[in-house]
Design a protein. Structure first.
Length: 520
């Protein structure tokens, strides 16, 4: 088996643990809320339709959007926003099936039960609920499959799941990781669906052995997922547990695990691995939380839910500080550092030495044929061209500033996962894309970067941010300080290409090790 396969297999216990715990708790809470609520509204005619309709409205909200909305609503990221979103999504099939099942019980049977002197509670528990149970279990079965599937989307809000395989694999073009995530999630859903089908069959046919076996099987399934990390190799990728300097052990123990964050693209995975490498060498244990959105990562750091990650000054300038002007890079860095310290108690440790700015790029032959060399040239022809971007850019302040500065009026705009954005321009699906200046695929795909002659984009120097919790830690600062000014744009571009290329592909950890070695 290939080293890539072994690497993905080693990640399975941790990812499966996060996925199973999240899915199991969400389903249990969803049932605990939905079942009593449904039994109540089934007997109150005026509430039936409003409650079912309200549960249905949740389903109209895109799942990823609902997950993201939970982060600011709860003021947290990771497990809790993911749990709340999945609980809301789990409710519709349970509510609908329970109300339908209870209302479908023969009224004569209910009347007969009352005639025998049963209390309202006894009518529900001894007549209505047993008769409606097969329909209710069918709703639970649907809900469970939805929850398992949607749990893969919890990765961008900081919850570890099998979605880590998919999001990370797509960004690094690691199709083995993508397949691992898809197959593992599908198998989990199939096994759970089979056990619930056995439960439904046992309930419908009154076979106690079947439904008892189904409940036992589900208990084993969730227990195995919850305990999976206990059976994993101690060398779990992303977690360093070695203490290099025994004398520093008390300080390290007081500091605890250093939580390293990463956004959802190749460069961030490499730089996060580099941070972990340096922290691990200093004897500091680390834990990686990858695939975060820009705002989620920054808010988590500000609230001490992350300890360190790499950010870009332009992102902070435009998104966090809401600035629209574009002063020189040194001034941006100085103002950003001051704003972080004063408003968020976050420390900007220093710049890595390269800038990864947004840039508009075209296929070289296409740009030559149209005579386009700069953004001004592109603006003049934009009415007949299509622009492609990652799914975030068109909602960012930089796009508004770019459009105002150059007067772009593209004939069409399309959003892509960054993995497919470059292929879209290469194959002519769009004429230009919002590339990243240190992306190795610019050279690999023979793209040309168009000159920003009016300096619409702010500078995007890569900087190390430290949370309030670790900003004063000598151990963390001393471990990461050597990275300041140590990475050129050329080396970062080459490291990115090591991971993105199809042949002789490297892992982010391998690229980080190369980046950490002295340049020849």
């Amino acid at each position: 088996m290939s080293p890539n396969f072994h690497e993905q297999l080693s990640k399975l216990p941790g990812y499966l643990h996060g996925h199973v715990v999240l899915s199991g708790v969400a389903l249990a809470v969803g049932i605990a809320i939905s079942l009593p609520l449904s039994l109540w509204v089934a007997h109150v005619r005026a509430l039936r339709e409003p409650v079912v309709a309200a549960a249905g409205v949740v389903q109209t909200i895109p799942s990823l959007a609902l997950l993201a909305l939970m982060v600011p609503l709860l003021g947290a990221f990771g497990f809790w926003p993911a749990l709340c979103a999945l609980v809301l999504y789990s409710m519709l099939p349970i509510v609908r099936n329970t109300v339908t099942g209870i209302c479908g019980v023969d009224p004569e049977l209910v009347e007969a039960a009352r005639g025998l002197g049963m209390t309202p509670l006894q009518v529900v528990t001894r007549v209505e609920l047993p008769l409606a149970l097969p329909v209710i279990v069918a709703g639970v079965r649907t809900s469970a499959i939805w929850v398992v599937g949607l749990a893969t989307l919890s990765t961008p809000v900081g919850q570890t799941s099998l979605g880590n395989y998919i999001f990370g694999g797509l960004q690094t073009r690691n199709w083995t990781a993508v397949l691992f995530g898809c197959i593992a999630a599908a198998l989990l859903a199939i096994v759970l669906d089979g056990l619930l089908a056995l439960l439904e069959s046992g309930v419908r046919g009154g076979h106690r052995l079947r439904w008892a076996g189904a409940l036992g099987g589900m208990s084993v399934l969730f227990a195995a997922g919850a305990l999976a990390p206990a059976f994993a190799s101690p060398r779990v990728p992303g977690v360093a547990v070695r203490t290099a300097n025994p004398a520093a052990a008390p300080a390290v123990a007081a500091l605890g695990v250093i939580r390293v964050g990463a956004k959802n693209f190749t460069e961030q995975y490499i730089l996060a691995a580099l941070l972990q490498r340096r922290l691990g060498a200093a004897g500091l244990p680390t834990q990686l939380t990858p695939d975060l959105g820009s705002s989620i990562a920054f808010d988590a750091l500000s609230k001490n839910q992350l300890d360190v990650y790499i950010e870009y000054t332009g992102t902070l300038w435009a998104n966090a500080m809401k600035k629209t002007e574009t002063p020189p890079p040194w001034k941006v860095s100085k103002e950003v550092a001051g704003w972080l310290a004063q408003t968020r108690d976050v420390r900007l440790l220093g710049a890595l030495g390269f800038e990864n700015t947004y840039a508009l790029a075209m296929r070289r032959d296409r740009a030559a044929a149209l005579g386009i060399r700069s953004l001004e040239d592109l603006a003049a022809r934009s009415g007949a061209l299509k622009l492609g971007s990652d799914y975030e850019f068109f909602q960012r302040p930089e796009w508004r500033k770019l459009r105002e500065t150059y007067g772009f009026a593209f004939a069409g705009r399309q959003s892509f996962d960054p993995t497919f954005m470059y292929q879209a321009v290469v194959k002519g699906q769009v004429d230009a894309i919002t590339a990243f200046s240190t992306d190795g695929r610019i050279a690999a795909e023979d793209l040309v970067v168009l000159a920003d002659t009016r300096h619409a984009f702010p500078p995007y120097d890569a900087v190390i941010l430290l949370s309030p919790r670790v900003s004063g830690s000598e151990q963390v600062v001393e471990a990461l300080k050597p990275l300041v000014g140590a990475i050129s744009a050329e080396r970062m571009r080459e490291a990115n290409f090591m991971v993105d290329r199809e042949r002789d592909k490297k892992t982010p950890a391998q690229a980080a090790a190369w980046l950490d070695a002295p340049a020849e």
